[in-house]
Design a protein around this ligand. Structure first.
Ligand code: FAD
Length: 390
């Protein structure tokens, strides 16, 4: 297993429970160091995704399984529900479409009026809202810590990047060269997140998509303004855009996070504008999909960059949801970087994407809600892994 994020660790656990000996390689000195440790910590309900897609099926099932796992293993979780709010009449048809999609996906969601919305969130601005009971907040790194405990007895290696991969000369398995020697295995699973396409290429595969990193920046409400938000408040998403829009999330510790936006990151693990990698930038510039995407979303992209550079603009977006939020209420918080798979024509891969080859399985697109869905993705990938060598 290459990658010690939630998808890699959950898949390692699934393989271990099926009786396999597992080696997990993680290049960083700690587990959950990248996407898994830099996200909104929301257990999604599954209302947004195309009915029948892997995302739809695995988020609805994953919502239940990750909450049950957390409760069983002492991981903090709170199924507090959320509001999706239409802030103007022209958003109401899209809110209705979302309610219909929730029903198609089997997600308990209820259209409510303004008065009921204000009972949940007294400060919210809404003309209509959707109440989703099964959404919650969790501590995904703590889920990873529990998975690591369950993998006790297996070979878990931090600080160990996979550098090269080749077919074993005998026995039909794979050999992975690391900074700490060569590992021989029956099969390779790639859950390398922001580097998953590169790891696939190391293994001799031409991945069906390329990873483009999108940073999601967050602010936090000042301590004395936290009372403005009781739970989770989301806008009605624009179906033309791949991300959900900046939202407000009350975390388990009582802090209220606002974000994430979406700007192109200048490094695969570029958490700030000043984190720049010439190699990563050259890869992005060489990839034809980037230019198609830039043309298609030129205006939205420019607005996102401006919002990234201006706390005032960020506050203005949030004040559409909660009018009392002002620029001075916001304090910068830790950003995350999404591994978004893109096709050469510039389309963003919407569903989870998994490529297979003999003795190899590559998870090439596991964006949100993959943390929510991790235990479901894990069973799916474990089955594909067993099939890859039988
Ligand atoms: C801003 C943001 C907000 C999000 N919000 C939510 C949310 O609220 N709810 C939700 O369900 N999902 C959310 N997501 C999505 C979720 O975080 C990801 O889907 C999930 O964490 C993916 O897990 P992963 O294990 O695939 O990737 P990662 O957590 O990125 O793990 C991949 C690991 O592979 C390691 N690695 C890479 N290359 C190598 C190598 N060569 N050798 C060894 N190790 C290597 C990396 O160091 C990394 O630790 C969000 C994501 C972002 C960025």
């Amino acid at each position: 297993m290459i990658g010690g994020g939630i998808v890699g660790l959950a898949t390692a656990r699934a393989l271990a429970r099926r009786g396999h000996d597992v080696v997990v390689l993680e290049k960083e000195p700690r587990w959950a160091a990248h996407q898994t440790g830099h996200n909104s910590n929301v257990v999604h309900a599954g209302l947004y995704y195309k009915p029948g897609s892997l995302k739809a099926r695995m988020s609805v099932a994953g919502n239940a399984s990750i909450v049950a796992y957390a409760r069983e293993h002492g991981v903090p979780v709170d199924v507090c529900g959320k509001l999706v709010v239409a802030t103007s009449p022209d958003e109401v048809p899209r809110l209705d479409a979302l309610a219909a999609r929730a029903e198609a996906n089997g997600v308990p969601a209820r259209r409510i009026g303004v008065d009921e919305a204000r009972e949940h969130e007294p400060e919210v601005a809404a003309v209509a809202a959707l109440r989703v009971e099964s959404t919650g907040v969790i501590d995904f790194p703590a889920v990873c810590a529990a998975l690591v405990r369950e993998l006790n007895g297996h070979d878990l290696r931090l600080h160990t990047p996979a550098l090269a991969i080749r077919r074993a000369l005998s026995g039909g398995g794979v050999e992975v060269a690391t900074t700490r020697g060569v590992i021989r295995a029956d099969a390779l699973v790639n859950c390398a997140g922001l580097h998953s396409d590169r790891v696939a290429r190391l293994a001799g595969i031409t991945p069906s998509a390329t990873i483009v990193p999108f940073r999601g920046e967050y602010y936090e409400l000042r301590h004395d303004r936290r009372h403005l938000v009781r739970g989770l408040i989301y806008p009605v998403p624009d179906p033309a855009l791949p991300f959900l829009g900046v939202h407000l999330t009350r975390m388990l510790d009582g802090s209220v996070h606002a974000g994430p936006n979406a700007v192109l990151a200048l490094r695969r693990e570029g958490y700030r504008w000043r984190d720049i990698s010439p190699t990563d930038l050259a890869d992005v510039a060489r990839f034809p999909g980037t230019w198609h995407l830039a043309r298609r979303f030129a205006r939205t992209g420019a607005a996102e960059v401006l919002r990234s550079l201006s706390r005032k603009r960020f506050a203005t977006s949030l004040s559409r949801l909660v009018p009392a939020i002002r620029e001075d209420d916001l304090v910068r918080a830790q950003a995350g970087v999404r591994a978004q798979a893109m096709l050469p024509d510039g389309s963003l891969v919407d569903d989870f994407l998994i490529d297979t080859a003999p003795r190899q399985v590559h998870v090439l697109n596991a964006p949100s809600p993959a943390a929510t869905s991790a235990l479901e993705i894990a069973e799916h990938v474990a089955t594909k892994t067993e099939q890859s060598w039988t």
